[in-house]
Structure formats: structure tokens, C-alpha cells
Design a protein around this ligand. Structure first.
Ligand SMILES: C[S@@+](CC[C@H](N)C(=O)[O-])C[C@H]1O[C@@H](n2cnc3c(N)ncnc32)[C@H](O)[C@@H]1O
Length: 190
């Protein structure tokens, strides 16, 4: 199982946002939608062995949505489709444990600290170890959205291993695509 977690620093935690205004009023939710799409979509197929966590920090209470490729339904390769599923996920009350909001979508209250306490993530960072030359790769990867990790987040992740997909700073969704390509290549040569 490969896992991605993306921190949405301004991303709304309420389901009232407009699918027509995800880059604005919804706090760059468009970035998180593209990360969902990069995590799961193949041509005419889905990666069933991937999970993607969205950490939404643009509300009073942080919330985390978990998308599971194994069971997700009704996800189409456009941002509005992912946005509609996020909206559906946010209609479910968030408690301290993950609750099912729809097929393949679970939600809970809490953010990065809670997730890191459960899953050993590595950080995707342009200054990390090159994924092409790393002998082995971990399975869980954390990314930020369009913003830098905050000081508080940096404190949480400072000792985690860091991996780079290349020397330039890329968009988060492109980083996911390149990393999955590396896993595909390694699997093909096994
Ligand atoms: C658009 S970047 C974040 C913006 C960046 N911190 C800044 O303000 O300059 C989104 C995320 O993609 C990941 N990322 C971007 N380029 C990368 C690279 N070359 N290698 C590994 N991860 C990368 C990182 O996790 C980063 O936080």
C-alpha cells in the first residue's frame, strides 16, 4: 500500500464551498483535488493500492479525509469530481476516529500530528535523497500544498526521512505522478 498525505493550509473544512470556486473561497482545494487525481488515476483504471490523506487546515477545527483506491466510487478524472467527493466527505461529522462518509472516503477530526502518530511518513522535499538512486523507498509520503510547511509542522517532521523527485520545485500533484512512476518502474523490473 502506498500512501500520500497532503497538507492543505487554507483548505476549507466545511462542505458549503462552491465547486466553481475551489481555488478561491475553498482555500486552494483545487490543488488537493489534483493530488487525489494523481494518486489514483491510470488511463481507464484506478490505482487500487493507494491511499491519499487530505489534511484540511482552513477551518476552526482541522479535519483529515482519507481516500482509499480499493473502495472509492464515482471518482472521475476532473477536479470537480474530486471536489464533489470532498464535499460529500465533509458533510459527515468529524469525530476523533475515522468515520465512513462514502465508499472509499473516511473523515476524522485532527490533522498532521495525529496522522504522524499512527503512520511513519517520509517527506517529499526537493533537497531530500534522490528517489532514482535510493536503494529502497518507503511507502508513505507527506507533501505540502502551495505553501511551505509551517514552523509547527517543521517541528513535527524535522527528523523524518526526506526524498526528492528532482532538483526543481514542482507542484504537489506532479511530484506524486513522478514518484508513482518510479514505483511502477521498480515493480516492472522485479
Ligand atoms: C508547490 S511545492 C510547495 C511550495 C514550496 N514549499 C514553496 O513555497 O516554494 C508542493 C510540494 O511538492 C513537493 N515537492 C515539490 N517539488 C519537489 C521535489 N523536487 N522533490 C520532492 N518533493 C517535491 C513538496 O512536498 C512540496 O511541499
Amino acid at each position: 500500500m502506498l500512501r500520500f498525505a497532503v497538507v492543505g493550509h487554507k483548505a476549507t473544512t466545511e462542505p458549503t464551498f462552491s465547486l466553481n470556486d475551489m481555488p478561491g473561497g475553498a482555500g486552494r482545494l483545487d490543488i488537493l483535488c489534483r493530488c487525489i487525481n494523481s494518486s489514483f488515476f491510470l488511463s481507464h483504471d484506478l490505482r487500487r493500492d493507494v491511499e491519499c490523506f487530505l489534511i484540511l487546515k482552513g477551518g476552526e477545527q482541522e479535519k483529515t479525509l482519507r481516500f482509499a483506491g480499493e473502495t472509492i466510487r464515482s471518482l472521475n478524472p476532473d477536479e470537480r469530481s474530486a471536489g464533489a467527493l470532498i464535499k460529500k466527505g465533509l458533510t459527515k461529522e468529524a469525530t476523533s476516529s475515522f468515520q465512513k462518509a462514502a465508499d472509499g472516503i473516511h473523515i476524522r477530526a485532527g490533522g498532521l500530528a495525529e496522522l504522524l502518530a499512527e503512520i511513519p511518513f517520509a517527506v517529499l522535499d526537493e533537497n531530500g535523497e534522490d528517489i532514482r538512486t535510493a536503494e529502497t523507498l518507503p511507502e508513505n509520503f507527506l507533501l505540502s500544498d502551495h505553501m511551505n510547511f509551517t514552523e509547527e509542522e517543521m517541528e513535527l517532521i524535522k527528523d523524518l526521512p526526506k526524498y526528492s523527485v528532482g532538483p526543481r520545485v514542482l507542484h504537489a500533484d506532479h511530484t506524486i505522478t513522478i514518484l508513482l512512476n518510479e514505483f511502477d518502474r521498480r515493480a516492472a523490473h522485479e
